[in-house]
Ligand binder design. Structure first.
Ligand code: GDP
Ligand code: IMO
Ligand code: MG
Length: 437
């Protein structure tokens, strides 16, 4: 059975956690392929709310093997805290496997991220990162100065590596007036993480390949979203990895021809956390409606998310970049009560139509071109069939699908697992993998 990718189509927080948990019903393994604890994926089952940062969102389904792939950057402090929290709530975390090749977010990476943000914020150029050490850890990976999860199992080797790389990190911290780190304390703490995770740190590419060879269905869970991709997003206001479908292959050890389907996760409007251009941002009453009704507060940092109209001009390109075969749209219920809805279908810069992607300079000057739709007043949270949607909501979905150019097949009307229904695409064949319930 080929693998399926779950990828965010906007600036993150599209509802990938809910989507992954839902699809996990029909697969046997869920693999996180990039990002780290900058992610905050929410899964709601009945009254229970789970906020996951590193543990794959399939963990709540007992038949799933949750895997943290080689492309993820792992803060073992967060991971162990998260595992302990899940264990307390009766979830078996001994099933979790972590790639020995995944890079470790060390305490000095977190400190360096914070120092850089504080310094840049002074000049108004801060990225607005989650301050989790994501950028510095990926930078050390690329410059071959990183510590990997497998290194935690060998304290002598770990000490040698830290002796090589720590002085330069400490120098940078000291330059920024930050406290420096002692090697003995770091080795002791890191070896403790290794002891706790021994038996769970393995070669996960092998694990995934064995599952695929045995005919199992593997789900690859993205973090962040395509517009935050380090290559395809609005650089430098991006994260430091590739959330796009290509990143799913490199970050999990799955070949492109082993991918059967790519499920794009779309929020019915746009949100963005942190700095960077957002041409369809709403700073008015409608923006406040989306923020309050959508409870748009960051899962990881508690920051207020910026809200705006849905952007299908970027969506068409994002669908192509990821080879999206099918879309799950979330939070359509949040649009209830907005009298008139808009969808951005294109951009003009200096009066002339332009095609996505835009440069940073163009993005700052871009004027969105909108299509206008009538809103609806009915509460959608109890809707469990396309037939029961108000005609205006059905029309909104039809328009988004037609602009996206790929089928919208799953619709979510509330945070809870069951607040979901299937939609028949209009004029597109299904792009869902076989066996998805
Ligand atoms: P992720 O990072 O992509 O997994 O998304 P987050 O979990 O950070 O943010 C999505 C938020 O929307 C969470 O609080 C979810 O519980 C919630 N959510 C997901 N789907 C829906 C939906 O259809 N309607 C509403 N009202 N909330 C939803
Ligand atoms: P999930 O997986 C939304 C944003 C940060 C910042 C930028 C860089 O929950 O969708 P970083 O800490 O990665 O160096 O910050 O990326 N960001 C997210 N925004 N959802 C996320 O994850 C995000 N992870 C990072 O706010 O603008
Ligand atoms: Mg999130």
């Amino acid at each position: 059975m080929p693998a399926t990718i779950v990828v965010g189509l906007q600036w993150g927080d599209e509802g990938k956690g809910k989507t992954t948990d839902l699809l996990a019903d029909s697969v046997s393994m869920v693999v996180r392929y990039q990002g780290g604890d900058n992610a905050g994926h929410t899964v709601v089952v009945g009254d229970a709310v789970f906020k996951l940062h590193l543990v794959p969102s399939g963990v709540l389904q007992p038949h799933i093997t949750p895997v943290i792939g080689n492309g993820v950057v792992v803060n073992p402090r967060t991971l162990l805290r998260e595992m302990d929290g899940l264990t307390e709530r009766g979830i078996d975390t001994t099933r979790i496997r972590v790639s020995r090749n995944a890079h470790v977010i060390m305490p000095y990476h977190v400190a360096l991220d914070g120092a850089s943000e504080t310094r840049l914020a002074g000049s108004g150029a801060g990225i607005g990162t989650t301050r989790r050490g994501i950028g510095p850890t990926y930078a050390d990976r690329a410059s071959r100065s990183g510590i990997r999860m497998g290194d935690l199992l060998d304290p002598a080797f770990l000490r040698t590596r830290l002796a090589q790389v720590l002085p330069e990190r400490n120098r940078l911290l000291a330059e920024n007036g930050e406290p420096v780190f002692e090697i003995d304390a770091l080795v002791a703490e890191a070896a403790g993480w290794g002891e706790r995770l021994r038996g769970q740190i393995v070669d996960t590419a092998l694990l995934v390949q064995d599952a695929l060879a045995a005919g199992e269905h593997v789900l690859l869970e993205g973090a962040q979203g395509t517009l935050l991709d380090i290559d395809h997003g609005s650089y430098p206001y991006v994260t430091s990895s590739n959330p796009t479908a290509g990143g799913a292959c490199t970050g999990s050890g799955v070949g492109p021809r082993q991918i059967g389907s790519v499920i794009g996760v779309l929020k019915a409007y746009s949100t963005r956390v942190g700095s960077g251009p957002f041409p369809t941002e709403l700073l008015d009453e409608v923006g406040r409606h989306l923020s309050v009704r959508g409870n748009e507060v960051g899962t990881t940092t508690g920051r207020q998310r910026r809200c705006g109209w849905l952007d299908t001009a970027s969506l068409r390109h994002v669908v192509a970049l990821n080879s999206v075969t099918s879309i799950m749209i979330n939070k359509i219920d949040v649009l209830t009560g907005v009298p008139e809805l808009r969808i951005c279908t294109g951009y003009r810069v200096d009066g002339a139509p332009v095609r996505w992607p835009l440069t940073l300079g163009e993005l700052e000057r871009a004027e969105p071109v909108y299509e206008v739709f009538p809103g609806w007043e009915a509460d959608l949270t109890k809707v469990r069939s396309e037939r029961d949607l108000p005609p205006e909501a059905a029309r909104y979905l039809d328009a988004v699908e037609s602009h996206a150019g790929v089928p919208i097949e799953i619709v979510s009307v509330g945070p809870e697992r069951t607040e979901t229904f299937r939609r028949v695409p209009k004029g597109f064949p299904s792009g869902l993998p076989a066996g998805i319930a």
